[in-house]
Design a protein around this ligand. Structure first.
Ligand code: SAM
Ligand code: SF4
Length: 349
C-alpha cells in the first residue's frame, strides 16, 4: 500500500493513502518498530561473569515498575502497533506473579507472540503455568554442558536445573526450543562443539552469541570475546560443514546454519563483528521504566516519571511515538563507543 509522510507536532507519522491510521510505529529510517523486549526485573539468581559483577547491587524496589504501571505502558505500546514481546531480566522468572503478567500481555488486542529469555533454572516448575498463561516459547541460556564450567561461568549455578528446565519447556510445548550460549575465551570456547552437536538429534535451535561490552564489565568482555568466525571454524573442524539456512538471510538477529544430517539448526548472533542494525524492529523497556531505543546506546525515554505524574494513555502514546522516531540507526562499537549507563542485566538483551 502507498504511504505519504505527514507532519505532526514533534514527529513524522506515515499515513496510508486511504487515510487510515498506520498499524505500526516507524522510525526516521523507515524501520517498522513493533517488537518490545520487556525487562521484568534487574535481579537474578545467577551472576554470570560476562554479564554482571559478583557484588552486583540491584535497584531499590520502588524504582521498578509495578504490574499496573507496566500494563499501562503496554496498552500504549499495543495501540502503537506493537505485537511481539519478549520477557527478559535480569532473570524474568524471579519476578513475582509472572504467569499473570504473561496472561495480561496475551490479552492485549494485537499480541501475536510472547517469548521469554531465561537462564531456565526455574522452568522445571514454571514451564507449564507459563504455557497455560499464553507464553509461546523460550530461549534458554546454557553456555556449556560441563557442570564444573557452568558453575564457574555462572558463579554458582547448577547445570542439572537448566537441563530440567529445558525438558519441562519441551514437555509444556514451549517450542521450538531455542538455546543460547555466550562464548567467552578461557571459559567455554571449546564447548561450542558439544553444544552445536545437541542439534544433531534434537529439533532445537542453538544460537551462539558474541559477547558485547557494557560499562563496568566492558574490559572483561572485550578481553574475552570470541568472534563468530572463530566459533564456526571450531564447529566445522569437528562436525563438518555448516550449511546456510534461509539463503544466508538473517532470522531475527541470528544467521542460521545446519550441520550435516542435523534435526535442529545452529545460529550465530554477531553484534560486534557483523552488526544487524538495518533490520532492527525493536525497542526495550527496562524494569525501572525507561524505553531504551538501542541495546548498545545510552539514549532512553523516561516513562516512569510521567506515569507516576498521571500521564494519560494518549500522552504516553505521543511520547513513545516521538522517541521511536528518534531511534538511532545503530551502535558505534566499531568506533570504540560503548554503552556506559547500564550493564546487560539492567537492559535484558
Ligand atoms: N537471565 C536471562 C538469561 O540469562 O537468559 C535473561 C537475561 S540475559 C541478560 C539475556 C541474554 O543476554 C542471555 O542469553 C545472556 O547469555 C546474554 N548476555 C548477557 N550478557 C551478555 C553480554 N555482555 N553480551 C552478549 N550477551 C550477553
Ligand atoms: Fe543473570 Fe542472565 Fe545475566 Fe546470567 S546472563 S547473570 S542469568 S541476567
Amino acid at each position: 500500500m502507498m504511504t505519504t509522510m505527514a507532519k505532526e507536532p514533534g514527529l513524522l507519522t506515515p499515513v496510508q493513502a486511504n487515510g487510515s491510521k498506520p498499524h505500526r510505529a516507524l522510525d526516521a529510517f523507515g524501520r517498522q518498530i513493533h517488537y518490545l523486549r520487556i525487562s521484568l526485573t534487574d535481579k537474578c539468581n545467577l551472576r554470570c561473569v560476562y554479564c554482571m559483577p559478583e557484588q552486583m547491587v540491584f535497584r531499590p524496589g520502588n524504582e521498578i515498575l509495578t504490574d499496573s504501571e507496566l500494563f499501562t505502558v503496554l496498552r500504549a505500546m499495543d495501540a502503537l502497533g506493537f505485537d511481539k514481546y519478549r520477557l527478559t531480566g535480569g532473570e524474568p522468572t524471579v519476578r513475582p506473579g509472572l504467569p499473570d503478567i504473561v496472561s495480561e500481555i496475551a490479552r492485549l488486542p494485537r499480541t501475536r507472540e510472547i517469548a521469554m529469555t531465561t537462564n531456565g533454572l526455574r522452568l522445571g516448575k514454571l514451564a507449564e503455568p507459563l504455557k497455560k498463561a499464553g507464553l509461546n516459547r523460550v530461549n534458554i541460556s546454557i553456555d556449556t554442558l560441563d557442570a564444573a564450567k557452568y558453575k564457574r561461568i555462572t558463579r554458582w549455578g547448577n547445570l542439572k536445573d537448566v537441563l530440567r528446565g529445558i525438558e519441562a519447556s519441551e514437555q509444556a510445548g514451549l517450542t521450538p526450543i531455542k538455546l543460547n550460549a555466550v562464548v567467552i575465551r578461557g571459559y567455554n570456547e571449546d564447548d561450542v562443539v558439544d553444544l552445536a552437536r545437541l542439534t544433531l538429534d534434537k529439533p532445537w535451535q542453538f544460537r551462539f552469541i558474541e559477547v558485547m561490552p557494557f560499562a563496568d564489565v566492558a574490559e572483561f568482555q572485550q578481553d574475552h570475546i570470541v568472534t563468530t568466525s572463530e566459533m564456526m571454524r571450531r564447529i566445522e573442524a569437528v562436525c563438518g560443514v555448516l550449511s546456510p539456512e534461509n539463503g544466508g538471510a538473517l532470522d531475527g538477529e541470528a544467521r542460521m546454519f545446519r550441520l550435516p544430517g542435523a534435526l535442529g539448526s545452529v545460529g550465530f548472533i554477531s553484534p560486534v563483528s557483523a552488526p544487524f542494525c538495518a533490520s532492527c524492529n525493536r525497542v526495550r523497556l527496562t524494569a525501572d521504566g525507561m524505553l531504551r531505543l538501542c541495546l548498545l546506546k545510552d539514549g532512553e525515554l523516561d516513562l516512569r516519571t510521567p506515569l507516576r505524574a498521571g500521564a494519560s494513555h494518549e500522552d504516553l502514546m505521543t511520547m513513545i511515538r516521538a522517541a521511536i522516531w528518534r531511534k538511532p540507526w545503530g551502535h558505534d562499537l566499531a568506533d570504540g563507543i560503548i554503552p556506559m549507563n547500564r550493564i546487560m542485566s539492567e537492559i535484558g538483551g
